[in-house]
Design a binder for this molecule. Sequence first.
Ligand code: UFG
Length: 327
Amino acid sequence: MNILVTGGAGYVGSVCAQVFIEQGHSVTVIDNFSTGNREAVPADATLVEGDVREVAATVLREHNIDAVAHFAARSLVGESVEKPEEYWQHNLVTTLALLDAMRDNGVNNLVFSSTAATYGEPETVPITEDMPTAPTNPYGATKLSIDYAITSYCHAYGMGATSLRYFNVAGAYGSIGENRAVETHLIPLVLQVALGHREKIMIFGDDWPTEDGTCVRDYIHIRDLADAHLLALESNTASQHRIFNLGSGEGYSVAQVIDTCREVTGHPIPAEVAPRRAGDPATLIASSAKAMNQLGWRPSRTDLHTIVSDAWAFTSQLGDRAYSAQR
Ligand code: UFG
């Protein structure tokens, strides 16, 4: 397939682009480098620098695109509360422009990068796809709105699409891992402490209704995540919009993550308890049974130790290229 990867300089987009290429596909990346890293774009991908809204139609036409993997988006929960307009513009409006460009150019195969944030605070875990969606922040709301748009385009224009709702993506693949200018995610922040770029890690609350009082999350390896995207593109069916959760199905607390990082790095990683972070649910665990049954997805790197080891292999070799070292 000739696959267009929007946001192919971002963490998830670039790993997926790399895996698509390794599996024999041709990849064209669109990225405006607003948050992505130029060096993350796979060397064998064709790069078009620009805004999806402006260049998607031309790229679809001129690069004979068969399928689209759409990652380009803003993805910070806290920022979405402070600057919602950026999220509605860059997430919803951009995706509508992409959907129109796909319709106009007869490109009918889409996989969309979505999130557990569409569910909000779940009543029970593990979370299945038929549970109520009630996002607690604009980020999740934009992703959920896009799902509604995709469903209607599938029905009206015969598109075949899959939305993948990721839980906590982590780890690294090859030379690509988490290295953001603005970092808010737990594992990369803890590893920055081990690198010596941060003094300590703050634990956002130890009075949650969980076993050890810290929040529980479901961490999924970036390489396993990439497999699901390809399986989706290979099995999309005209006029159908499928939605799948992607996680490892096991919950780890913040304290357990920090302990695993200590084991992997051999660094004591000082930690301090801080107040709860607004908007955090206590526990998020995915049921990925639907993706396993219907997509044939088989995650193979579900162990937290493996996920953290791969993340550390990437982070520890960054040196001056780590954004945290440049502050
Ligand atoms: N945490 C800390 N200290 C930190 C950073 C995070 O204790 O310095 C905690 C958070 O409070 C949370 C857990 O670590 O309990 C994981 O936090 P992350 O920021 O790594 O990830 P989130 O669970 O907040 O976010 C993930 C995805 C989002 C998605 C969200 C859905 O990264 O894209 O789940 O709730 F929107």
